[in-house]
Design a protein around this ligand. Structure first.
Ligand code: 1CP
Length: 352
């Protein structure tokens, strides 16, 4: 890793020479090389075989010129280590055979030891640390988003079973959130000890909650997690989709970088988040299918707004979409180069 990193500097609200860029799901199905590896190996096998994990994690760094790598894994990997069997089903996503419904189900979940249960994750991180010239982001699913799969048993549109459990059995819910918080804390601490330079909590589906429910049923858990990680002194990114109305609450969790989806103008997101937190986002991932002049216009506006904020990381508003025909690698390459060049130009002008 270089001594100074624009990505880490931006997260810490320190000066940068250009706006750093990385993309959620920058490794995945849109890449022909990834699809080729997936012909032979399942997603989980790629996560479990360090040499493959390293290869897949590095691929977008080498191809796109992004300023950070994100460990190739899935938010479900630690769920398996907690004792809940799952499968990633083609065209569906994570599916759990015996979803969590009762207090006994929650009691059976194990807060695992990452060194014992997920040694391959830590080995991959150690190898990546030696092989990358950009910082590595470690990650975990956040408790609400993990619980949504654990309770529903599969991807869901409206999270009826999850919310029912939350409202009708708050004691069970609190126990579940608490266990997931403990597991997340040990998992992320182990990732940082192994070499992750920053961490991101993916709370992809928490935006399905009202503000009232977020504050009552999720917020204390997030405060617990970020509070327990603060001494690690690494940037802690908190991302959720459809969370414009929760951004102010996110700043009170202890996270240091706030991830923003594309539905809110970036300038407004920065205003809500305030100057004490870095911001990450927020190009609509579907724009990657638009003509280049449209992409450039939108990216330009995001860079102009982001540069006004102290601490800005360019990203999409959610992961690179799986679609056929896929997003072209060349589009992401061109976007990365554009953000780098245009932001460097603006920063030079700003410095006079
Ligand atoms: O088999 C495959 O190749 C299927 C697609 C796929 C991929 C590429 C899945 C199944 N997981 C992953 C890798 C992955 N998942 C990464 C690493 C890649 C990177 O970012 O470069 C990460 C960070 C995740 C995290 C993840 N998994 C999230 C949070 C981020 C997000 O997109 O919101 C979630 C919600 C999952 C669950 C999941 N895993 C896979 C799918 C298709 C899904 C989503 C299903 C749903 O809609 O609920």
């Amino acid at each position: 890793m270089p001594i100074t990193s624009n990505f880490l500097n931006a997260c810490r609200r320190q000066p940068v020479t250009h706006t750093p860029v990385w993309y959620m799901r920058q490794a995945g199905r849109y890449q022909p090389e990834y699809r080729k590896i997936r012909e032979k190996y399942s997603l989980i096998e790629i996560c479990q075989i360090p040499e493959l994990c390293v290869q897949v994690t590095k691929l977008p760094v080498d191809q796109l010129g992004v300023d950070a790598a994100i460990l190739f894994s899935d938010i479900m990997v630690p769920v398996g280590a907690m004792g809940l069997a799952f499968e990633i089903k083609e065209h569906v996503g994570p599916v759990i055979e015996n979803p969590i419904r009762t207090a006994a189900d929650v009691d059976r979940l194990r807060v695992f030891h990452p060194e014992e249960s997920l040694p391959f994750v830590l080995e991959s991180i150690q190898l990546l640390k030696q092989n990358l010239n950009v910082p590595l982001i470690g990650f975990s699913g956040a408790p609400f988003t993990l619980a949504s799969y654990m309770v529903e048993g599969r991807p869901s549109r409206d999270y009826v079973k999850t919310k029912q459990l939350m409202w009708s059995a708050p004691d069970i819910w609190r126990k579940l959130m608490d266990k997931l918080a403990d597991a997340t804390i040990v998992y992320l601490r182990a990732q940082v000890a192994a070499g992750a330079a920053a961490v991101q909590l993916f709370d992809s589906w928490v935006g399905s909650l009202s503000k009232e429910d977020y504050l009552a049923y999720v917020f204390p858990t997030m405060q617990k997690i970020f509070g327990a990680l603060a001494d690690l002194d690494v940037p802690m990114i908190y991302f959720g989709k459809d969370t414009a109305e929760l951004l102010v609450d996110f700043t009170r969790t202890g996270a240091t970088v706030i991830g923003v989806d594309w539905k809110i103008p970036l300038a407004e997101a920065c205003r809500r988040v305030g100057r004490n937190f870095a911001v990450q986002g927020n190009l609509d991932p579907v724009l990657l299918f638009a003509p280049w002049d449209v992409i450039e216009r939108r990216a330009r506006a995001i860079v102009e707004a982001g540069i006004q904020h102290s601490g800005f990381v360019f990203n999409l508003g959610h992961g690179v979409t799986h679609h056929n025909p896929p997003v072209e690698t060349a589009t992401l390459q061109r976007l990365t180069a554009f953000v780098h060049e245009y932001s460097a130009e603006l920063l030079r002008a700003q410095r006079g």
